[in-house]
Design a protein around this ligand. Structure first.
Ligand SMILES: Nc1nc2c(ncn2[C@@H]2O[C@H](COP(=O)(O)OP(=O)(O)OP(=O)(O)O)[C@@H](O)[C@H]2O)c(=O)[nH]1
Length: 393
């Protein structure tokens, strides 16, 4: 009797494009589908894993470092093995890649997996509409990612002039090589696009090893010493199927990865941060510091709420929400940037700590922060009841 294989969808997209937001939308409006989630954070503190709704149960976290650099994908295989046990009863698994992952490496791992219970379900690439041109200029690799996508979600259209949207969409479609492009705000897409329904007449879930070399880095873009190796790899040298090449180009140096140019800095503090000091830090953040995310504790300045902080490029937002019951109060931040001075950033954040609050209770201390407060994205009408996931074990 043939068993139904569980589709595994890769959710990719550059830093801050809206992957976690989209994933949370899917989880809330799953239409009765049971979704397993694998989250891959780039920083040492697993902010994404903590930000996924219903994170207990069928969510597993592959933290600290891009999954695309796992040489043989064995860690991923181990998690997929757990998630695909019949007792878990999942209909679909979504892997949220880090914002710097190379999607083709993840796709390759899935295609190479010998887990008989899964089938590769396609690559969804999330694009920040407002940042698309700037990101592409800095990282032309994005064009390559779009070419591999089965579905492109042009997200944050609310941040783009209505008049500019058709041109932007046409540009994205030009790179997307026939894949469906859907526009969204706050990741609100029809969940059917990922589950049963595939965009009619368009490519979805058809990628195979043969497709992966296409649109990948041409030799000319690579340093000479890397190009032969990459060509080998793209022409069928599957991850893990030859002897490790210690000290050679295998693993982290073998392919040119987007995240090679980025560093992450993690900062945690049990001492509350002073709102004004943090704001000064954020106002003066260096240009290369593209992404900041995490949770901030302003202690006595707002004892009821924790503040989720998101900076994407120059956009800064705080989202206050009551501290979860029993949550230990504290600040946890991940900062991701290119050409940034990690120790200096950490020192600057340490200076934001407020050991002896002098002006606690003075409302105006929070005013600066409140200028950046965004209401949580408005909820659309519920489309279906959500389903509480079971434990993966
Ligand atoms: N204006 C606007 N903001 C959005 C939209 N979608 C997401 N955001 C915001 O963009 C920020 C980043 O969103 P995330 O979902 O965390 O992005 P991500 O791709 O998971 O980020 P990384 O995992 O760091 O790569 C958050 O502040 C979101 O609320 C949108 O459609 N419009």
């Amino acid at each position: 009797m043939s068993k139904r294989q569980i589709p595994v969808v890769v959710l990719a997209g550059f830093l801050g494009s809206g992957k976690t937001t989209l994933l949370n939308q899917l989880l809330k409006h799953s239409g009765g589908n049971r979704i397993g989630v694998v989250v891959n954070d780039f920083g040492a503190i697993e902010i994404d894993a903590m930000s996924v709704a219903g994170q207990v149960g069928s969510t597993v976290s592959l933290g600290n470092g891009c999954l695309c650099c796992a040489v043989d994908g064995s860690e991923l295989d181990a998690y997929l093995e757990k998630l695909t046990r019949p007792s878990v009863g999942l209909d679909v698994i979504v892997i949220e890649a880090s914002g710097l992952a190379e999607p083709q490496e993840l796709v390759r791992m899935l295609l190479a997996s010998d887990n008989p219970n899964i089938v590769y379900g396609g690559l969804v690439e999330v694009v920040d509409a407002a940042e698309f041109d700037a990101t592409r200029e800095r990282h032309p690799e994005i064009e390559r990612h779009l070419a591999l996508a089965d579905l492109v979600v042009l997200n944050k259209t609310d941040r783009v002039d209505v008049g500019a949207l058709p041109g932007l969409r046409a540009s994205v479609e030009g790179f997307a090589d026939g894949a469906a492009v859907v526009e969204s705000t706050y990741g609100r897409i029809d969940p059917e696009l990922l589950f049963d329904g595939k965009p009619k007449g368009e490519r979805f879930g058809q990628l195979s090893f043969d497709d992966l070399p296409e649109g990948d880095l041409p030799d000319g873009d690579l340093p000479d010493e890397l190009s032969d190796d990459l060509t080998d790899e793209l022409t069928g040298d599957l991850p893990g199927d030859d002897a490790p090449d210690e000290g050679g180009l295998r693993g982290e140096h073998r392919h040119v990865h987007l995240h090679a140019a980025y560093d992450s800095v993690s900062f945690a503090s049990g001492v509350a941060l002073h709102p004004r000091r943090l704001l000064d830090f954020l106002d003066g953040r260096p240009e290369g510091l593209y992404r900041i995310k995490g949770f901030v504790d302003f202690g006595p300045y707002d004892p009821r709420n924790r503040y989720t902080l998101h900076a994407v490029g120059r956009v800064l937002r705080f989202y206050p929400e009551p501290w979860p019951r029993d949550a230990e109060h504290g600040t946890q931040l991940v900062l991701i940037g290119s050409g940034v001075d990690g120790p200096a950033l950490r020192t600057a954040l340490e200076h934001c700590r407020d050991d002896q609050p002098q002006d606690a209770g003075l409302e105006e201390v929070m005013w600066g922060i409140l200028r950046y407060v965004d209401e949580r994205e408005p909820e659309p009408e519920p489309q279906a009841e959500s389903l509480e996931p079971e434990s993966a074990d």
